[in-house]
Structure formats: C-alpha cells, structure tokens
Design a protein around this ligand. Structure first.
Ligand SMILES: Cc1ncc(COP(=O)(O)O)c(C=O)c1O
Length: 443
C-alpha cells in the first residue's frame, strides 16, 4: 500500500485530531510544540492511557510501544504512582524549598548507581546534559566537548550537532565533521564540539587523543538510542573509559533512555563506570524530569556552601515534590522480577520479529537490548548512525502509519520499548500487526 493510501486510512480514523490540529495551527507554529511528535499531515491527539493502551481524541485504542519515547516503563497511569501524585497534589503542587521526596529519590539513584555519589535534579534530560557538560568544564577548566555522530542528548546548543547530518557534508566515517542539527547554532559551538564515530575504537581514540588537552568531557549514550538502539561493540566503552581517565577528561554516560535496562542502568550491564551520568524519562514516573550525578569531587562545583558555587543551578521546578515522589514510586516498582519480565518480553519481541523478517527475506532487522528495540530497514550491518539509514527512506514512515492504523503506536524512527504493563499477548499482537502492515505493502 502506498504512503498516500496509508495516510488516507489514518485521516479517515482521526477527524477530531485533524480539527484540533487545524485550530492549533493558529496559535502554535505548524500546530506544534514538540518536533518529535509531529507527523505530516497531523499527529493524533492523545486523551487517555491505561496500562499498555493509549486512546486518541477519536476514541481509537492502540497498544503503546512508544511509551512517551521510552519514559513509561510501568505503562500508562500505574495505580501506585497515580495514587502517590493524587495524594501529594492535595497538599500543594510545588514549594520554594526542598522536600523530603528529593532526598529520597537522590538516595535511591545513588544506591542503584555507585558511580553517582551525588546527584542534582532538573526538569528535562536536556537540562541534565547541559549542566553535566557545564559541570565538567568547570571541573577541569577545559572548553571542548566530544560527542558521537548520531547521538541525541537534547535540544541545547552544545549537543545539537551531528545528530542526523546529511552525509554529503558530514566528512568521512572515521573523521566526522561537526554539522549543526538546524539553524541557530553559532559557529563558536561547532568549533568546540569534536564529533566521534560510534563503535570505531581506533578512530575515536585517535581523535580524542588529538584534542585531549582541550577536552572537558566525552559524552555518550552507552547504547545509542534515537540513532537506532545501537549497542556498543564489545570493549568499546572500556576504550572510552581508559582514554578519558588517562587524560583527565570527564566521561559522561547519558542514560536518559538506557537507565531502564537494569536497576543500575546500562553502566551496570556493561560493567563500565563513567565519571558522570545523566538521567531523565523513567525517573520522573511520567512527569517532566532530568537529573545528573557523578563523582563527589566533580559534583562539588555545584555546592553552594561557603559563598558562591562554581556553577549555580537554578530552576523553579527542579526537584518538585510531585515528580520526585512519582519517580520514587516508579523505581520502587522496578523490582528484580520486573526487570526480568522486561528482558524476557524484549527478547521475545526481537526473536519473533527476526523470525518474521527471515521468513519474508525482508531487507530489515531489529536491534535492541532488554526492553528497548528498533526496527531497521536495511540488510547492512547496523553499527552506527550511517549504517542504520533505511534503503528506502519512506519505509519508516509507512511502517509507523501502517502500525497506527493497525492499533499499534511505535515511534516514527522505529524505536520502541516494552513496559511492565505488557505481556506475551501484547508482544505477539505487535508482531502480527507488523506482518499485516508489510503484507499490505507488498500488495
Ligand atoms: C539520550 C537522551 N538524552 C537526552 C534527551 C533529552 O531529554 P528531554 O527530552 O527530557 O529533554 C533525550 C530525549 O529523548 C535522550 O534520548
């Protein structure tokens, strides 16, 4: 089925969303305030979520494998989290001072993640990576940062570089150039951002060593997320750990997505300890959140005692009690059994998708680990952003809309996650729907 026919089906099911979008265009540019969720002709408007399901303004029910971009690890509206938020909301929504909930969530995070001796909270993953980078600069007095091509770390200038660069201007695979992700990124930023090739230890090592004296930090996701859930090659994170340690460069693991992989995040899974870690998504229990933490001697740059801190971090809603309590309730629900369930479901989903692709001889594959997965529309080995590009550029969007029409919500990129609210039936339904979408396409 063509993209046009798939969109026509979608439009036939989503009249109310279309009407809302038409109104929205008058007061929001392109009717939109979050580029990630925009689709042409218009996105669906969500009205309700419960467990593994989400409903839109036209009453369409879908199984949610997007989970607000991997945030909703317990599914929608988990009763224990909702009860906590409801009870606290009655007692006040935010305060001009710390609350015990902030302390308890900080204790929970530092207990789970030994490399984080101390943490601080923000309202988004974007602020978390921005402040971790500033903290690293304040700590060692250097100005440059290094990030990987394909990695997404939020919307601030320093990391809006080389996320999905057009390859024509992106330099060679081994020595990628710093390419702004959009307009408005000043040239000064590009001069201070060194771009590294994911999963190429020799080339990364060479580039890091070349800039070592100026590098404040190397920031990476232990598994590249938005780039396509691309795990590190064996030993790759160890190489980064060794070279950064040798040169006094702060190694930052951005675990905004990957913290969902185990109680101690991806760093526990791979056995590599960074100097700093950034968090977001699941640690807010569905509410807006971010956090960054690390070695106490680095985090000391934020310590306000004894006069002015080296780095001041304001934020009207930082560590607000509702978010802190929702996050804590969520982490407490993530028992060893819960992680085992997520791992098993993730394996089942990937195995079934693999078998299905093999059976159809599809030029496609699925990557992932634990509860995370991503569909790729290429038969090439997917080891980095460049290798993950689809053979047919329209395929991800056709699949996304096709799945929406079949009652499944994924992300446009093909990235998804299972939640503890799911079981075998939901996973099997996903694979069945994917089969239907690809079969209709073939006709
Ligand atoms: C790895 C990573 N870092 C940072 C961010 C930014 O988080 P937020 O959207 O909360 O600003 C994201 C968002 O998807 C992310 O995937």
């Amino acid at each position: 089925m063509s993209l046009q026919s798939l969109i026509a089906d979608y439009q036939a099911k989503t009249a109310r969303s279309r009407a809302l979008f038409e109104e929205a265009q008058r007061v929001l540019p392109g009717g939109n305030t979050r580029t990630t969720v925009f689709i042409d002709p218009y996105p669906f408007y969500a009205t309700r979520g419960a467990g593994p399901r989400i409903w839109d303004a036209d009453g369409n029910e879908r199984l949610d494998f997007n989970g607000n971009y991997t945030s909703l690890i317990l599914g929608h509206a988990p009763p224990a989290v909702v009860a906590t938020v409801r009870e606290l909301a009655e007692r006040g929504l935010s305060f001009p001072g710390p609350s015990e909930h902030e302390l308890r969530l900080a204790q929970e995070l530092t207990r789970r993640v030994p490399s984080c001796e101390q943490v601080r909270f923000t309202n988004s993953g974007t602020e978390a990576t921005m402040l971790a980078i500033r903290g690293a600069r304040a700590y060692n007095g250097r100005a440059k940062i290094a990030k990987f091509e394909g990695s997404y770390h939020g919307t601030h200038d320093w990391v809006q570089v080389s996320i999905t660069p057009p390859l024509s201007g992106a330099g060679s695979r081994k020595r990628p150039r710093a390419v702004p992700a959009g307009a408005g990124i000043p040239p000064a930023v590009l001069k201070h951002v060194v771009v590294l090739p994911w999963n190429d230890p020799e080339a990364s090592l060479r580039t890091i060593e070349k800039h070592a004296r100026d590098l404040a930090c190397v920031i990476c996701e232990p598994i590249q997320g938005v780039a396509g859930v691309i795990p590190p090659a064996p030993g790759f994170l160890q190489v980064l750990r060794e070279v950064t340690e040798r040169h006094g460069i702060v190694l930052i693991f951005d675990e905004v997505i990957t913290f969902r992989l185990s109680a101690g995040g991806a760093q526990a899974v791979f056995g590599v300890q960074p100097d700093m870690t950034t968090f977001g998504k699941i640690i807010g229990g569905g509410l807006a959140v971010g956090a960054f933490g690390g070695r106490a001697d680095i985090m000391a740059v934020f310590d306000p005692r004894g006069g002015k801190p080296k780095v001041a971090q304001g934020g009207t809603f930082n560590a607000n009690p509702l978010t802190m309590a929702a996050g804590l309730a969520t982490l407490r629900a993530l028992t060893p059994d819960a992680y085992a369930h997520l791992d098993r479901l993730g394996d089942r989903l990937r195995d079934k998708i693999r078998a299905f692709f093999r059976g159809r001889r599809a030029k496609a594959q699925v990557t992932g680990q634990g509860s995370l997965f991503c569909l790729h529309w290429t038969s090439k080995r997917v080891a980095d952003f460049r290798g993950s590009r689809p053979t047919d550029p329209e395929q991800p969007l056709r699949t996304y809309i096709g799945l929406l029409n079949e009652g499944i919500l994924l992300s446009q990129r093909g990235m998804g996650a299972v939640s503890t609210a799911m079981g075998d039936a939901e996973v099997d339904r996903f694979v069945e729907a994917l089969g239907k979408v690809l079969d209709t396409e073939a006709r």
